[in-house]
Every structure is written in C-alpha cells, then in structure tokens.
Design a protein around this ligand. Structure first.
Ligand code: ZN
Length: 174
C-alpha cells in the first residue's frame, strides 16, 4: 500500500489520524512480489519474522488459496469474516475539474495488524478483477505467482525454456 496522499486515480482510500491514504489496482504487483518473496525466502520457516515478512506470508496464503481452490463462496466468507468490522465513511471530495464526488474511505485504525492489512487489500483487489488471470508458474523449482494470459504456463521465458528442456530430458531418459 502506498503511504502517500491520495490522487484521483486511486481506487481506494483509507484514513488514519485525519490523513487520507490512496491505493489501487497497481498495488497488485507489490502483493504478488510479496507472496513470491514468502516462498523464495521460505519466510514461513523463519524463527523470527518482521511485520514485512508477515505481510508476505499472508499474501502468499491468499494467492495460494485463489490458485489452488478458486474463489469459492467459503473463501469470500473467510475474507468477509476478517474485515467486516472495518467502518467506511462516505466523504464528499472536492474536484478541481468538475463536480464534487462521493468516495468511501475505510478507517485504517481498524486495520491494525499485517493479517488484516493484507486481507483488506486482497478483498478489494479481488473485487476489481485483479486476480482474474492469476497463475502459478509450472516450473517446479519456481512456482512464482504471476498475472498472465489465459494460456500462459510460466512466469517468464526462461522458466518456459527450462521447463521444455526438463521435459525433453525426461522423454529422452524413458
Ligand atoms: Zn517461473
């Protein structure tokens, strides 16, 4: 999440101590990078983790659920059960270019731990379609999450060619 004042392009707003914080669809990149970091650095098995590490682990868990199980009703229920307490105000915003407009602003003080912060972010990104093409790299040693075309199987060209080489080796052996 960006720690900056909001701009009109930010889809979502939070308020904390009278300050508005904006974020939006582009933050899906950070979320995916965090989830991949949790896996690459095996943060789950670390003895001491930082708040940043915890955010990565929670991001990993949600994305893993989406890819492995799909976004079923019970997943939505679980998301709701974590963040349903968050209150939103309806705030009239000034616009320099035209009519004032209404925005919903979440109370950031109620999103006060890494698990809630990630869950809040994931729920909002989910609702604007950010995970429609969420995939997991088929290369066993990689398994990174990525957003790809419906038919893409690997996170990168190098994973694709490594995968083909390993398949060819398997075929040659048998
Ligand atoms: Zn890969």
């Amino acid at each position: 999440m960006k720690k900056t004042l909001h701009s009109q392009n930010d889809q979502f707003l939070l308020s904390s101590k009278g300050q508005l914080i904006g974020w939006g669809a582009s933050d899906v990149k950070n979320l995916i990078a965090n989830a991949n970091r949790a896996k690459t650095e095996s943060l789950n098995s670390k003895e001491r983790i930082t708040i940043r590490d915890a955010e990565c682990i929670f991001a990993y868990e949600w994305l893993d659920t989406f890819v492995a199980q799909g976004v079923k009703e019970d997943v939505i229920k679980k998301l709701n059960s974590r963040i349903a307490h968050v209150r939103y105000h309806h705030v009239l915003m000034h616009s320099a270019r035209g009519m004032p407009y209404w925005r919903h602003v979440a109370n950031a003080d109620q999103i006060d731990d890494p698990e809630l912060a990630v869950t809040y972010g994931v729920a909002h990104l989910l609702a604007i379609g950010s995970f429609v093409n969420l995939k997991r790299c088929r290369m066993r040693s990689c398994q990174n999450f990525f957003i790809g075309r419906p038919d893409s199987k690997w996170c990168s060209k190098s994973c694709g060619s490594k995968y083909r080489v390993s398949q060819k080796r398997k075929r040659d052996r048998s």
